[in-house]
Design a protein around this ligand. Structure first.
Ligand code: SF4
Length: 290
């Protein structure tokens, strides 16, 4: 069985930067309470490593970010790589918390582009994932931002503003985005489009798009990681017969390897290199058993 690691895969600059910011905050503030408002990056392994350093992740699927803030009264709060709304930032500052912002610069760029278009009178169509923190922070900018999660949402749009601007969450699938742009243009031919998939996301998707003879692709990543899920989608759309999201090598079912000539391994932008190496080592060991 041939094993190919897809390059690039794994950590992106935004994730590395966010982790470095959290670690520096810990180093500069020994003994102080440090919280992350949500998962710093979408990977459980990273969250557990931060906890070992005494950096506590506040994450509860039934609580809003505002409610999570209610649970803390002092210390330092770190905003995640996905971005934060002005309203939550203000609430944290009003509570007297010291704020550290680990928002990725690519996310900030998209936020700024959207703000500019809102200020210029546009309605913004935003292709993103419902309840994803990046989308939540964007939607909080204005009620003239309309979330599109699929083509169905285009049908239900009823906008009479002639100034329309279409953009997207940084980690969406470039194939889905292309399709969505075409559909929006059919309904609103004058829409202005700016694609905002970040370089890290598009490079990882393109690398999968260029794979040949791959029978099985493992994407190492967290279930919450949108860019990891999009790598699986990209693979299936590209015609790879089987593409599976795994959190670590322990999720590999050996039955899936039966009859496979070439297995490829990719990983989302929030997946630590050690987890990818473990998967590669596991598959190499399986090959030598064959
Ligand atoms: S995936 Fe893209 S937007 Fe998200 S943290 Fe990485 S570089 Fe930034």
């Amino acid at each position: 069985m041939e094993i190919q690691k897809v390059i690039p895969s794994g950590f992106c600059k935004g994730v590395v930067n966010a982790i470095n910011i959290a670690r520096k905050t810990r180093k500069d503030n020994p003994g102080r309470d440090i919280y992350v408002l949500g998962m710093l990056v979408h990977n459980d392994h990273v969250t557990r490593e931060l906890e070992k350093d005494g950096i506590i992740t506040l994450d509860d699927s039934v609580k809003t970010k505002s409610e999570l803030l209610d649970d803390i009264d002092e210390g330092i709060v770190i905003f995640t790589a996905h971005g934060i709304s002005d309203e939550i930032k203000k609430k944290a500052m009003d509570k007297g918390l010291e704020c550290v912002d680990a928002t990725c610069t690519d996310v900030l760029k998209t936020q700024n582009i959207i703000r500019e278009h809102i200020d210029e009178g546009y309605d913004v169509l935003y292709f993103g994932k419902n309840n994803h923190p990046e989308a939540q922070a964007i939607l909080a900018i204005s009620d003239r931002i309309h979330l599109l999660t699929s083509e169905k949402d285009i049908e239900s749009l009823d906008l009479d503003n002639p100034k329309l601007f279409l953009t997207n969450q940084t980690t969406m699938s470039f194939l889905q985005l292309k399709d969505l742009i075409e559909r929006v243009r059919k309904k609103y031919p004058d829409v202005i489009v700016q694609e905002e998939i970040c370089n890290a996301t598009s490079a990882r998707q393109m690398a999968i798009h260029e794979l040949t003879d791959c029978d099985l692709l493992y994407v190492v990543g967290d279930r919450k990681s949108n860019n990891s899920n999009m790598l699986v989608e990209t693979a299936l759309k590209h015609g790879i017969k089987k593409a599976l999201l795994i959190q670590s090598y322990t999720d590999i079912d050996d039955d899936d390897l039966a009859g496979v000539n070439k297995v490829c391994v990719s990983a989302g932008a929030s997946t630590p290199p050690g987890l990818i190496d473990e998967v590669m080592n596991y598959l190499s060991a399986k090959t030598s058993e064959q």
